[in-house]
Design a protein around this ligand. Structure first.
Ligand SMILES: [Zn+2]
Length: 142
């Protein structure tokens, strides 16, 4: 895990499409995924996305099975990849909730948040909690 400030999250368009699909198919539940990759200077490079179960089964929150997360991190480490981001989705807004902010401080990686309304995705944003503030991270396609 890194505490470095990340200015942009770089990913392949196909990876982004896979994220969109996952979020769409999870509606009305919140979707979640772990982004594995590398930090190069101030850019987080997404290499792999591991879609995980939202064990809360909720429309309003998400939680990940610690064992599932551990396996993902071990598998990633074997490939030289670290957890560089967390993806989840929200109804209505892609801005982090107050609960998200608490976890963002604990996990200062890039948080990618998709917003949905009805069965459509209405927005996406990425943030990182660094230097005691919420900083917006730019999404960039490779
Ligand atoms: Zn949230």
């Amino acid at each position: 895990m890194t505490n470095l400030l990340t200015k942009r999250l770089k990913l392949k368009r196909s990876t982004y499409e896979a994220m969109l699909n996952h979020v769409k198919h999870s509606i009305p539940k919140e979707a979640c995924a772990i982004l594995l990759g590398k930090i190069v200077e101030e850019t987080a490079m997404v290499e792999e996305v591991e879609f995980v179960h939202n064990i809360s089964g909720s429309e309003y929150k998400f939680s990940i099975e610690p064992e599932e997360l551990y396996e993902i991190l071990v598998k990633g480490e074997a490939k030289g990849l670290e957890m560089i981001g967390i993806l989840h989705s929200h109804p209505i807004t892609s801005h982090p909730s107050s609960v998200d902010c608490v976890y963002m401080k604990l996990n200062p990686v890039v948080w990618v948040i998709f917003a949905f309304a009805s069965f459509e995705i209405t927005g996406v944003s990425a943030y990182q909690y660094a230097n005691d503030s919420l900083i917006e991270v730019e999404l960039e396609f490779q």
